[in-house]
Design a protein around this ligand. Sequence first.
Ligand SMILES: [Zn+2]
Ligand SMILES: [Zn+2]
Length: 329
Amino acid sequence: MTDASHDPEAARWHYRPSDPVALNPLFSWPPRPMAVVKWYSGAWLQITALTLCLVLALAAYVLFLPPLDAMQSFAPGWMFRVWLLNMVPQILVAGGLHWWLYMRKGQGMYKKFDCRDLTRDNGTFTFRNQVWDNIWWTLGSAMTVATVYQWVIYWAMANGYAPTVTWASAPVWCVVWMLFIPMWSGLHFYWVHRLEHHPKLYKHVHAVHHRNVNVGPWSGISNHWYENLLYFTTYFIHLIVPSNPLHLLFHVYFQQISPVLSHSGFEKLKAGDTDAARAGDFFHQLHHRYFECNYGTSEIPFDKWFGTYHDGSAEATTRTRAYKKQMYT
Ligand SMILES: [Zn+2]
Ligand SMILES: [Zn+2]
């Protein structure tokens, strides 16, 4: 992509993918069916955020989630269990990745985007420490809001206020809806995120997430309370679209665990000498570096359609800076 000798930004990256950041070919014209097959098989048939979230959701559903009958009234037992189903995987995945990549430095700098280590002793962050700041906003703010929303949805499902389906009665619908959840999440995220970049909302709310220019696993959903109130409204689709509790669980993990991987700061996780899993998302890493670009995800190319797509090139950086200037003046 960019010729490093003509890109003054090159020195700020330790590693960058050599090709322009890819977007979902499903929306390409003319159609590229083979590229679409490759895109979706790459997402669903390898170790990725999607497959990890699916496994977590299945395990939670089969082993831990109380039956809907038990959730007809707000009672501490099942409510505490739903909170644990949020907290425990979050701590294990974010804590585990942080330990492996940043404390044990298990793969050194291999495919790490940013040259720098995470920030300590810096007054920008709560507790003057990036990691403790991110842990607080994740486990305190995000997990609380996410859990309360889930309580309401499970309770509505259990009482027939929200439409539910079973896997036995509507297996095709259940699978189709499952496959569409990431797309719904991407659509919702784009519009909420654009709203958060309104200068007023940005300054008082979204800036908490953007303290992290150099991101780590705990940065994924390190969000202000008000941002979380918006971000997790994505779950309310289950009050309208017929769903099974497993759909909500998958949606939950996709919403809270996949950002852990996408913000990990490393493009791939290495096992031995091979790339074992996809992790960091350079598309979103660019958003953290240059702010006013790549508001969405690569799943639906809103940024391309609305002119804010940064493909990693020097030209895109120049364009983004010009856009930012006119936005704030
Ligand atoms: Zn943002
Ligand atoms: Zn982010």
